[in-house]
Design a protein around this ligand. Structure first.
Ligand SMILES: [Zn+2]
Length: 430
């Protein structure tokens, strides 16, 4: 792997400072040097290094998707996802993994797989170079209760193979289930703590007993695993804080007690609300029978309003809100994930700076690789970098356009090389 020197870049380093012009030298898989134009020695060509004249293009850390389901297959229902045969399903996941990298997501946090080992196999294949994809943390299936979110079995077809999730009842079944996924090698246990109106159990309902949840957390921690929860209801969010569930997905319905709790424990949690799913289910899914009328009846319009208010309140309290969430349905296809950043600005009131930081600086610790590894353009950090034609701080939507993502580098290697003209012209000059 040749060293790479980016010159004349507009560097967004993930610190929260405004971008500055400068050069970045990548040696091996790490950022070896970051030089500001006008400060210190001018960057000289480095022997053997490929020089990329960024011509003023925006150089930023690779983005981190906090709630990824590679095995959701852009279909309109859980059934349609679950019924895909395993052989096709694994090929689908491999294809989707590449799509994430294409769109600048150099790290993704798995948030449940549709079959027990899909996520683990894909993570391993990425890591050993068999397939191309982002850094990935593999999840279990969604652990649920009979009749809860993810139990797609029919009364006459009760076999677990017909279930989208892993269906358990009682603490001992929970324990067995967690141990099974630990044996398979997952990084994360995903547990569905609240309902999901589209599946029949309302979002505000909570499905497990506290004892069952506590067993899940206890067993997961004994194996050194992380727990992530689908938690739309107020009660379920409180359980996450009280029982130490680090990753909270959705967090739609809060009260002041819940907000206080989250604020008091903000260093211990990450929130990924998945607003795109709510927004598109409410307003852009008529083609699949989910007209605004239908989704209003399901309660999603009320939930969207509640979720937006909750995220505004959490933002004011400095709780980490991250992009990602349930892409992989027909009306939220994989690859459109940067919509989340647009929605953070439009709906939650984040500045474009905050939205960018949520995908980079806050994503770093979400990947659990320790301090000083991911989420910044800084000396010593892993070289996960994007070169963007445009200024996401002026227009956050440029990150949704593949043509504007000129280059994607993961672990010091180009997944997509910058076009030759980037090295020749000043097309991207600020
Ligand atoms: Zn999800």
């Amino acid at each position: 792997m040749a060293d790479v020197l980016f010159t004349n870049a507009r560097i967004f380093d993930g610190s929260g400072d405004l971008p500055y012009s400068g050069d970045v030298l990548v040696q091996g898989n790490r950022i070896a040097r970051v030089t500001r134009t006008g400060y210190g020695a001018r960057s000289l060509p480095v022997q053997g290094a490929i020089t990329v004249d960024a011509a003023g293009a925006f150089l930023m850390p690779g983005m981190v998707e906090a709630h990824t389901h590679f095995s959701w297959n852009d279909q309109p229902s859980l059934d349609a996802i679950q019924r895909m045969p395993p052989e096709e399903h694994i090929l689908w996941c491999a294809e989707v993994a590449k799509r994430y990298l294409d769109m600048g997501w150099t790290s993704c946090v798995g948030a449940a797989a549709a079959k027990p080992r899909l996520d683990v196999v894909i993570r391993n294949a990425i890591n050993d170079g068999t397939i191309v994809g982002p850094r990935y943390l593999a999840a279990s299936q969604e652990i649920t209760v009979p009749g809860g979110l993810g139990d797609t079995t029919q009364p006459h077809l009760p076999q677990p193979e017909f279930a989208f999730g892993a269906v358990v009842s009682g603490s001992e079944e929970m324990r067995r289930c967690v141990r099974m996924f630990a044996k398979y090698g997952v990084d994360t246990l995903k547990i569905n703590l609240s309902g999901e109106s589209i599946t029949g159990m309302a979002s505000e309902m909570s499905q497990f007993t506290q004892a069952e949840i506590a067993t899940c957390v206890e067993e997961a921690k004994a194996w050194g695993k992380r727990v992530a929860a689908h938690a739309r209801s107020t009660w379920s969010i409180k359980q996450c804080v009280n029982l130490g569930i680090e990753v909270i997905y959705h967090a739609s319905f809060t009260d002041s007690e819940t907000l206080d709790l989250l604020e008091a424990h903000k260093k211990e949690h990450f929130i990924a609300p998945g607003l795109a799913w709510l927004i598109n289910t409410c307003h852009h899914a008529s083609q699949w029978g989910l007209t605004p009328e239908v989704t209003r009846k399901m309660g999603y319009h009320r939930e969207l309003e509640a979720a937006v208010e909750s995220m505004k309140a959490l933002r004011r309290r400095d709780v980490r809100i991250l992009p990602g969430g349930d892409y992989g349905f027909a009306w939220t296809p994989h690859g459109t994930n940067a919509k989340d950043l647009e929605y953070f600005v439009k709906y939650v009131g984040m500045s474009t700076m905050e939205a960018l930081l949520s995908a980079t600086a806050w994503g770093g610790p979400m990947m659990r690789m320790g301090e000083g590894q991911l989420g910044h353009v800084r000396e010593g950090y892993l070289a996960d970098l994007l070169l963007i034609d445009g200024d996401p701080l002026a227009d956050i939507t440029v990150l949704q356009d593949k043509a504007r993502i000129l280059a994607v580098m993961k672990d010091g290697a180009f997944h997509r090389r910058p076009p030759v003209r980037a090295a020749r012209t000043t097309r991207w000059a600020a």
